[in-house]
Each structure stands twice: as structure tokens, then as C-alpha cells.
Write a protein that binds this ligand. Sequence first.
Ligand SMILES: NC(=O)C1=CN([C@@H]2O[C@H](COP(=O)(O)OP(=O)(O)OC[C@H]3O[C@@H](n4cnc5c(N)ncnc54)[C@H](OP(=O)(O)O)[C@@H]3O)[C@@H](O)[C@H]2O)C=CC1
Ligand SMILES: O=C1O[C@H](COP(=O)(O)O)[C@@H](O)[C@H](O)[C@H]1O
Length: 519
Amino acid sequence: MSSTRTDDDARQGTPEGTTGADDQLTDPSPGELTDRAPAADEAPGAPLVLVLHGARGDLSRRSVYPALATLQRRRLLPQHWALLGTGREDMADDEFRAHVAASLEEFGHEGDDPEALTRHSVFCSEVGDDDPGTLPAALERVRGVLADAAGCDRDDVVVVHYLAIPPAAFEPLTRNLGRHGLTRGPDGRAETVRVVYEKPYGTDPDSFHRLDAVVHDALEERQVFRIDHFLGKEATQNLHVLRFANELFESVWCRDHVEQVQIDVPETLDVAQRAEFYDATGAALDMVVSHLFQVAAQVAMEPPKGMSIDNLVAAREAAIACFRPLDPADDVVLGQFEGYRDIEGVDDASTTDTFIAARLWVDNDRWRGVPFLLRTGKRMAASAQRVTLVLRRDPVRLFGDKVEAGLISLSLKGDGAIEVTTSIKKPGPELDLVPGTARLDLSDVEGAEPLSPYASLVHDVLVGDRTLFTTPEGLEEAWRAFAPMLGDARPDPLPYAPGSWGPAEADRLAEPHGWVVRG
Ligand SMILES: NC(=O)C1=CN([C@@H]2O[C@H](COP(=O)(O)OP(=O)(O)OC[C@H]3O[C@@H](n4cnc5c(N)ncnc54)[C@H](OP(=O)(O)O)[C@@H]3O)[C@@H](O)[C@H]2O)C=CC1
Ligand SMILES: O=C1O[C@H](COP(=O)(O)O)[C@@H](O)[C@H](O)[C@H]1O
């Protein structure tokens, strides 16, 4: 998110703008770490220890190692760094390095250099309630080695704890990090220690409050980075640039010109790989209260006072504060795909939603009366991640009903794309109006070097940029708006055929235009 950083944003002694070396730790065993001299064109940065809790887990393999490999390849890691993987059972360093390499083999990208990552990697056992495990000692040793190599004080080494562990473990691990003195630097300063929380950060308002109280017992808010990876997507980051840097878009970004906003994430994906997690969660909790609400807020926000981190976060959260609590009776349709209950790990009588379509209202002057249509589900007809502003039709009606609604649409998938659909004259002898779409794939932009959401967000953590992370105030408002879905008013999920667009009742919500993503 560096394009929006300003000089006065807190950097907290971070390696902003550094160009990391690609091989400085020739033997990463704690106590034996060495470093090579930086090349002349490598800017120095604060050394970094990334402590990856849950290093053997699915998210680490699928997303975190590939993100680190990308950052390493793109020279976006600081010059001196190390990866400490943790787990409740110990593991030999060599085995861990093989695990990282195998993960990159499976989930990495062309050009990744596993060795450039594994030479920085060591494994240690997780901190427990009473037993500190091997982590605190390993951290101290690595901190010392990196400080020596960088020629800086041990106090200046930045430590990032990434909690890639099940959400139920967030509270106990946070307590244990505090208990074993891992939430502060050696000099007691908070600035050099950051903690990244995966989603979900609480599964209802109570668990959110409980977790946040534990987190704030152990950490200062500025140390906390709550990930919502939809905010890290290139196209999501482009939303406010598209709008605030271009009069063409900003001038129509309001109720006078926009008839509907659609945030649509249908997925063909099944849930069999994680049936137990999914059956306890469902589509609404998995996607809406987190990702879709945050993206809705990115669309709905008022122009921030400036482009600093604080201003952008405040603008996004002010938008969430205007979300009207969902009306489960009128504005929500839940679905469950046929055959879901036959999946191993799913309760035979499960009423878990695998689909949700919801109409969200944003009660402010800009958006009053404009429905924000949110939809997502598993086993649907197609996969897409699309934000669309459906524009009001030709106000002077010169062309009668021939004019299709104009669309401003962003695809959040992959590297992202921006599309504008307008009515045009079909070239030819007649005055035939047809819709025409201009599309810009963000990866085609000259000089573009798109980052995956995880690479982008991990990089932001390393440089201390909190723009794209959620805050307790914003989450509090998100839970307030979602709360009616947690009570007795929650509608029963309607059955839908796998490979379909969900229950037909969901089409009612998107009238009069209908869902833009239709296959
Ligand atoms: N997987 C994904 O694609 C996504 C995951 N997430 C989030 O990321 C986090 C991790 O998910 P994922 O990797 O799938 O989860 P896993 O179930 O794979 O667990 C990750 C690791 O956490 C450790 N672990 C398990 N239970 C505990 C515990 N009680 N205390 C401490 N450590 C524990 C285990 O390591 P060990 O046995 O070595 O201790 C395990 O390998 C979750 O919060 C999830 O919601 C978010 C988006 C996508
Ligand atoms: O967090 C989640 O997101 C994915 C979809 O996001 P993607 O960008 O990684 O495709 C979703 O499939 C999953 O259920 C949810 O937990």
C-alpha cells in the first residue's frame, strides 16, 4: 500500500523502501547465523525476525511461504532477516526447510527461489502456558545474530509474530506471548514487535470482545495487524485510487448516479477439504461480516481528509458505522447446496448456510436508498469476485428503453481488472445501441508488478503500514450491522442445486437490474 503512505505515517523503525538482499544468512541455525555484506545498491533496513506460528499449517503452506518468496524475489524484504517457524511439536530445522521448499513447489510462483527462503529458516517449539518452549531462546539468538550482521542494536531488530493458527488458539497464544515476554523488544519498547492475526478475529460480538480484551492486555493497538486479505487485493486497493484520482469516477460515485452496488463472490469451490470448520461457520460468517463488509466500506467511504494511513482507515470505518443492521426477513436469503449434509464432517441435520445474498443499506447522504447487494456461496455455477456499480439509466431518456445501465466494475480476482460498460452505437448504418465494455487488466499496466494479497499485506506489516488492516472500532461496527443474523430471526437456508446460482429467491434482492454476474 506504499502508494498512499506519507512521510508523517508512523514507521516505527521499519525497513520502508529497503531492497532486501537475497541471500544473507548462509547458515540459519540459531547461534551460527552469518551474514554477507550488502551489495552497494541495497538500502539498509531494520533487521527482521518473522515468527510464523502454525508454520506446518495450511495457510502457511498455501499463502505465507509463497508471499515471502515473492517478497524475497522482488527485494522487498529487509536485508537481514530470518524466519522462525513454530509448532506445538518440535521439528528439525532441515525438515522444516524441506517443508517450506515443498510448499513453494506446490503453491509458489515461477521464479521463486526456495533456497533463498530456506536458508533463512529455523524451527522452534511453541510457547505454552508454563513451558516457554524453544522459541524465546531461539528468538534471542537470532536477534543477536541479525543485529551483529546489520551492525545495529538488538533492540532495533523488528519481530513480527504471524498467528497462522486456528482462531480458537489466538487468545491462549496471545497470553503466552505476553507471559513469556515476547510482546516487547529487549528494551521493553513496543515499537519493534508486531503481531498479525488471521481471520476470523472473533466469531460473534462476544468472542470478538473477549479476544480483543486479551489482545489489548498484551499489546498496544499499534502493534496489532488484523488481516482481511480482500483488502490486500490489487483491485480493492485500486478502488479509492480510481475514484479519488479521477473526476470521471468520483463525480458519479453517489446515489444520484448509482442505482445499485453489487459485491459478488460466487465460488465453484466445494467445502469437503475443511468441512468441520465450514459447518461451524457458514458463508455469512466466513465471508460477509469480514471480506464483503470491508470491500463494501472501501466502495462506500467518503473522501478521506488526506491519504495518510489514519485518514484512510478512519474513512473506511466511518462508512461501516453507517451500515444499517441487516434485516434478515426482507434483505437476506440463505442457501445450502443439495448434498451438503452428506459430506463427511458435516452434521446430518446441519442448517449451515453455504450461500448468502444480502441487501445492505448505507445510511448516509451519499448512499441513502442505494442497495449494496452482497452475494457469495459455494458450489455455484461460476467463480468470480466482482464489485460493480450499476449506474442509473440515461436521465433524459432520449433513447427510450434502448439504453442498458452503465457499469463500473472491478474484478478482484487474481491481479485484478477494471471494466467500464457503456451504451454505444453499434458501428454500421443503423442507430443501434449496444453495450460495449472497455477492460483494463491491472497486470497489463506498463511496469505493473502485481502482488498477491498476502504478499502485499505481509509487506505492509513489515513496513508498519496499517492502512489495509481492520481495527476494533471497525469490527465493532461490522458486528453491530451483522448482529441480527446471529439471533432467532436468521432465515432457514433454502436448498439449491450444486452448479446453480443459488436459491431463486435471491434474484428478488437484485431487482430491477438483476445480478450482473450471471454466467
Ligand atoms: N487455510 C486457508 O486457506 C485460510 C486460513 N485462514 C486462517 O488462517 C489461520 C490458520 O488456518 P489453517 O492454516 O488453515 O489452519 P490449520 O488447521 O492448518 O492449523 C495451522 C497450524 O496451527 C497449529 N495449531 C493447531 N491447533 C493449535 C492450537 N490449539 N494452538 C496452537 N497451534 C495450533 C498446527 O500446527 P502444529 O500442530 O505444528 O502446532 C497447525 O498446523 C486460521 O485462523 C484460518 O481461519 C484464513 C484464510 C484462508
Ligand atoms: O477467506 C476466505 O476466502 C476465500 C476466497 O478468497 P480467495 O481470494 O482466497 O479466493 C474463500 O474461499 C474462503 O471460504 C474464505 O475462508
